[in-house]
Design a protein around this ligand. Structure first.
Ligand code: MN
Length: 269
């Protein structure tokens, strides 16, 4: 029996990247799609607690797959997709995102967070993005996703691990072989631009381009710049183990005697 793949994304169920991914995966696998009804880029790992989650049958351009659209986030879609009556999944694939998810961008990315949620739920998963937001060429990434799905189902992933895959936005015959990488660093300069609204009040708008501060050898950013597909293994345990030891040496210093004090009841955050 064909393995079952749960597909989601953060660009919305009607995005071209998701359709291309499903087209390729359904050649070899049984595919279930649970995806947001509209774009949710940069929602990170948020989940919906304060409104009802809805899920409605949808169709992916006539492809032979079971699909649902939801008003939830990408992470919600994973939890919804694991509802018992949908039949479960052997692997989760999130994407194909329009735009790279490199370095610390993975913390903001809904695409990567869906794969992280799958890892939390105990399912092997990968996120896949094409490194261009405006004119992404999805087909080579779709073909690679299908190949990688076979490899991941074959070798398995350790509990809590996921793969973050980026594909350069090049014609298929110019894309170089996959490299296994670590996360580089991109810091955003001039992060907030202050403007003034018609009533004279200031408001702020995210702006600025990433400045790559670690795009060297072995990084995801470097691999993409060199035309390679990048695969970064990521773990949901983000404990800083080297700082943990240093901080443990300070536990005595952190051990103060706590009192009820004044103003209690005002300070709950
Ligand atoms: Mn997106």
């Amino acid at each position: 029996m064909a393995a079952r793949i749960l597909v989601t994304n953060d660009d919305g169920i009607h995005s071209a990247g998701l359709r291309t991914l499903v087209e390729h995966l359904c050649e070899d696998f049984e595919v279930l799609v649970v995806a947001p009804e509209r774009e949710q880029s940069a929602v990170g790992h948020s989940i919906t607690l304060h409104k009802p989650l809805r899920m409605q049958p949808a169709s992916i351009a006539g492809l032979p797959v079971k699909a649902f659209q939801t008003n939830g986030t990408p992470a919600d879609c994973i939890v919804l997709g694991m509802l018992a009556d949908l039949g479960g999944a052997d692997l989760v694939v999130s994407g194909i995102n329009a735009g790279a998810n490199l370095g610390e961008e993975i913390f903001y990315s809904g695409t990567v967070s869906a794969a992280a949620e799958a890892a939390i739920q105990g399912l092997p998963a990968f996120a896949i993005s094409v490194a261009d937001r405006e004119q992404p060429n999805f087909a080579p990434a779709g073909e690679f996703a299908r190949h990688l799905a076979h490899v991941v189902l074959d070798i398995g992933l350790p509990a809590g691990s996921l793969l973050n895959v980026n594909v350069p936005n090049l014609p298929a015959d110019e894309i170089r072989q996959a490299k296994v990488t670590r996360l580089g660093k991109r810091s955003y300069a001039n992060k907030l631009e202050q403007r003034t609204d018609p009533w004279g009040r200031p408001y702020y708008w995210f702006s600025g381009q990433p400045e790559e501060v670690d795009s060297g050898s072995g990084t995801d950013i470097g691999a993409i710049a060199d035309g390679h597909i990048s695969i970064t293994p990521v773990h949901i345990d983000i404990t800083d183990y080297s700082l943990l030891e240093k901080l443990q040496a300070q536990e005595e210093r952190l051990a103060i005697k706590l009192t009820e004090g004044v103003g209690d009841g005002q300070r709950h955050g």
